[in-house]
Ligand binder design. Structure first.
Ligand SMILES: Nc1ncnc2c1ncn2[C@@H]1O[C@H](COP(=O)(O)OP(=O)(O)OP(=O)(O)O)[C@@H](O)[C@H]1O
Ligand SMILES: [Mg+2]
Length: 275
């Protein structure tokens, strides 16, 4: 994979270069509770976490513990039941539709199943990252500003897909699709990147490459990257911080080298599987 840098437009005023002017914690979650319907059990039981302006945070925990629910509450793909999610100083939970749309375009999301538009080319999929910014008629006519097209070329080089620009998404491998998904998310010029099991469908080598890419985004774009991940080894290798969840609560929050067997038992339960 080429070792390019992350091309990008200058950050807008207020979210200036090198993080100057940003909150110490651009994302602060307080007492987040989620229940899927009245009378249903709480899936998230009061999560409180603060995230620094950059770095990869891995969220680990058993299936069904609420990792996806948590990450989706942050951009309100899932509606929180109660609590506060302050992002760049604003409470996402209380935003109206219009404001939410504006805030959402600064939150990139990378999905396990990529969520590409299959019949569109790689380039068009990446340009979809600008949909929140360009007027609807431009998107409809597929006439994106030249600066966007140039940035998309740079990003595709960066993710190693410079030779695949015109190829249709449905002809790509899983690893290539995920690279497109990351380039599309970065095209949003995000202040925060969320990734829900971005490597679960990929082979081990490709998984490492995708995590390297996400780590590079965090470092070069000065954005926090939150990654839900089942692979504890990958989490340890690429995250500067690990959040361990169990039954809707945070039971570990600390550096990878502080994650001991006792924590893994608290997160996943049992111990037979630990050898
Ligand atoms: N739309 C929904 N409606 C009702 N219950 C849901 C919904 N989405 C998730 N749940 C429930 O919430 C709980 C947490 O699910 P979630 O997908 O957040 O877990 P997860 O930690 O991401 O699991 P996995 O590791 O398998 O992806 C589960 O019990 C799940 O069945
Ligand atoms: Mg999940």
């Amino acid at each position: 994979m080429p070792d390019g840098t992350l091309a990008g437009r200058p950050a807008p005023a207020g979210v200036a270069a090198a993080g100057a002017g940003r909150d110490a914690h651009p994302l602060v979650v307080r007492n987040l509770v989620k229940r899927y319907g009245a009378g249903r059990p709480e899936v998230l039981k009061g999560i409180s976490l603060s995230f620094e302006p950059r770095g990869v945070v891995a969220i680990i925990g058993p299936s069904g513990t609420g990792k996806s629910t948590f990450i989706r509450c942050i951009n309100r793909l899932v509606e929180p039941t109660s609590g506060e999610i302050r992002f760049m100083g604003r409470d996402i939970v209380s935003l109206g539709r219009q404001e939410l749309r504006l805030v959402r375009r600064r939150i990139g999301m990378v999905f396990q199943e990529y969520n590409l538009v299959e019949r569109l080319s790689v380039m068009e999929n990446v340009l979809c990252g600008r949909l929140g910014y360009v007027p609807a008629w431009r998107a409809w006519l597929r006439r994106y500003p030249q600066a966007d097209v140039e940035q998309a070329f740079d990003l595709l080089d960066m993710v190693g897909l410079g030779d695949f620009v015109h190829q249709r998404a449905d002809s790509l491998s899983g690893g290539q699709r995920q690279r497109v998904g990351i380039a599309r998310a970065v095209m949003q010029d995000p202040d925060l990147l969320l990734a829900d099991e971005p490597t679960s469908s990929l082979d081990p080598k490709t998984s490492v490459e995708i995590m390297e890419l996400l780590a590079r985004v965090a470092e070069q774009r000065h954005v926090p990257v939150l990654v839900n991940i089942h692979d504890v080894t990958l989490a340890r290798r690429f995250a500067g911080r690990i959040v361990g969840m169990s039954e809707g609560r945070v039971v570990y929050d600390g550096p990878p080298d502080g994650l001991e067997d006792e924590h893994l038992r608290a997160i996943y339960g049992g111990e037979d599987w630990l050898s």
